[in-house]
Design a protein around this ligand. Structure first.
Ligand code: ATP
Ligand code: MG
Length: 559
């Protein structure tokens, strides 16, 4: 099935859109309600952004709504800090939820639902230990058998379940189980646990509860209470779906339906919150928002834009089979966006001084486009003077073939300025080049060049006496293998030891003195940059968001 007009090319619907369109057409629903259900046990990562874009995106497309529901049924791992960060990240991505909800808001209703199932002989209290429960459960190829406690009377079960709630038992002494089928080929239907005892303080309900529902008894019921029409989750929940449906059917409540898609996996990245937490706690990175982290806050700090992440989610599409998406696709999306919006600046990382011997002692202000991709951004003035810095690697004493940068006797253009020629190399007593003596061609000024000369190379530069310094953080991939979670041993053995390179003093054109948070820059020939959140007027600090080109693709080709 396809949609589209003559102007926009026909785009086929993904399977979720097909289902929703069919549901709306048949009148099953008049409007749709989706939800994004994070567990507040860590910061959101780029995988979550896929789920966010999908849930919110579908609702926007079909005029429906999306709830933000914190799946906070596990009191031990959840924290308010995570709740706040999750809300900030979703908003930053550009989405607004209809209602902010918590699974813990439903603890009373869920308790009543459980009592209802006990009354109908569909749930029982089991005193077995977790080992005994596991043993009786059988294996995927052999049937399980029922616990001796499954034959308790309804009255006894009711009495015990209320005693569980009232704190009469210790952790692990009893559980509440649904009475379904110990021989089912689906292990999730072999009398799954609904409630366990956990004497722990909850970030919202405090000490009110010492029994907590498990995911399978909380999630579908929460969906149903909210009247979620399409409950979209990742593929690992396919085998949970029969249980999701069983509870809803037996409780005779609103029939939310679950649909599954493939989770996003990115090359050179680990995605599980548990692993990301290890990187933070064991100080492999500076925190959840370290710019090398695949968290939304990490990408934000690094200079990614919400648009680029939304475009990425769109390009990845909705799949029904797990796969590994190449991280260079994400880098492509941010490069494309930054190319359109970044202001061009000249910054030297490793300076080599050049003296323009035939230039006066004055300063000349040259004009340069802020962004040739967007003429609306205007121009800026850059001071040009007798002493300039160029990049040390842009000069070669013994130039290899096709070296179009500066060498003795060779001409290059200085960006937005003049053509220069190197006349003399000056070295210190150790033979290190300390300075180049150059001459410029006055008639070759950019924009009014009447020299008639064609040169191959254009170099960036800054005026020595006008340059301001900044610290620059250059990031590389955090892992040196494609799929760190699938390698032998610990994923942390595969951390790239050189994922961060710091340029202590980069020399920047003076307009960067007015650099603003949130603004994006292209340091010409260097990549895309933004101010780090720790930057100050006294000390400018920039993060490299992404290089100008995919250097890893080049590496791979070389091999
Ligand atoms: P993790 O395993 O990384 O800790 P999770 O699935 O436990 O993730 P939740 O907070 O439970 O994290 O997830 C909230 C929602 O985001 C769920 O609907 C989940 O399916 C979805 N989600 C999580 N990871 C991904 C991913 N990599 N790709 C797509 N959706 C994801
Ligand atoms: Mg989880």
């Amino acid at each position: 099935m396809t949609t589209g007009t003559k102007d926009s090319p026909e785009k086929s619907l993904n399977f979720l859109e097909e289902i929703i369109e069919a549901d709306l057409r048949s009148g099953k629903y008049h409007s749709i309600l989706t939800r994004f259900p994070p567990e507040p046990n860590g910061y959101l990562h780029i995988g979550h952004s896929k789920s966010i874009c999908l849930n919110f995106g579908l609702a926007i497309k079909y005029g429906g709504k999306t709830n933000l529901r914190f799946d906070d049924t596990n009191p031990v791992t959840e924290e308010t800090e995570y709740v706040e960060s999750i809300k900030e990240d979703i908003r930053w991505l550009g989405f607004e939820w209809a209602n902010e909800l918590y699974a813990s808001d439903y603890f009373d209703i869920l308790f009543d639902y459980a009592v209802d199932l006990i009354r109908r002989g569909l749930a029982y209290v089991d005193d077995s230990s977790s080992d005994e429960i596991a043993e009786l459960k059988g294996t995927p190829t052999t049937p399980g058998s029922r616990s001796q406690y499954a034959s308790r009377s309804i009255e006894e079960n009711l009495h015990l379940f209320i005693a569980m709630r009232d704190g009469k038992f210790g952790d692990g002494q009893k559980v509440l189980r649904a009475k379904i089928d110990m021989t089912s080929s689906n292990m999730h239907l072999r009398d799954p646990i609904m409630y366990r005892i956990k004497h722990a303080e909850h970030h919202r309900t405090g000490k009110k509860w010492c029994i907590y529902p498990l995911y399978d008894f909380a999630h579908g019921q929460s969906d149903s209470i909210e009247k979620v029409t399409h409950s979209i989750c990742t593929l690992e929940f396919v085998t949970h779906r029969p249980l999701y449906d069983w509870f809803i059917e037996k409780l005779e409540i609103f029939a939310s339906r679950q649909f599954e898609f493939a989770r996003l996996n990115l090359s050179f990245t680990v995605m599980s919150k548990r692993k990301l937490l290890q990187l933070v706690q064991e100080k492999y990175v500076g925190g959840w928002d370290d710019p090398r982290m695949p968290t939304i806050s990490g990408y934000r700090r690094r200079g990614y834009t919400p648009e680029s992440i939304r475009t990425f989610a769109e390009k990845v599409g909705v799949q029904k089979r797990d796969n590994l998406i190449d991280v260079s696709l994400l880098e492509f999306c941010i490069r494309e966006h930054l190319n359109k919006i970044a202001l061009r600046k000249m910054v030297i990382f490793d300076p080599l001084k050049i003296v323009i011997t035939n230039f006066s002692d004055d300063v000349e202000f040259l004009s340069s486009e802020d962004n040739p991709e967007d003429p609306g951004t205007g121009r800026r003035e850059i001071p040009f003077s007798r002493e300039l810095f160029i990049e040390r690697e842009d000069f070669s004493e013994n130039p290899p073939k096709k070296f179009f940068r500066l060498s003795l006797g060779q001409k290059v253009r200085l960006k937005s300025a003049y053509i220069i020629q190197c006349d003399k190399v000056i070295k210190d007593e150790n033979g290190k080049i300390v300075e180049l003596l150059c001459s410029y061609l006055a008639e070759s000024k950019s924009g009014s060049d009447i020299s008639g000369l064609k040169v191959q190379g254009t170099l960036h530069w800054v005026s020595v006496k006008h340059a301001i310094t900044a610290e620059v953080f250059l990031y590389d991939r955090l892992f040196r293998v494609e799929d760190p979670s699938n390698e032998e041993g610990d994923f942390k053995d595969y951390i790239n030891p050189v994922s961060l390179h710091v340029v202590k003093a980069a020399y920047c054109e003076p307009s960067l003195r007015n650099a603003r948070f949130g603004e994006r820059y292209q340091f010409i020939r260097k990549g895309y940059f933004c101010l780090d959140r720790t930057s100050s007027e006294e000390k400018l600090i920039f993060n490299r968001t992404v290089t100008l080109k995919d250097t890893w693709a080049k590496e791979a080709k070389k091999q």
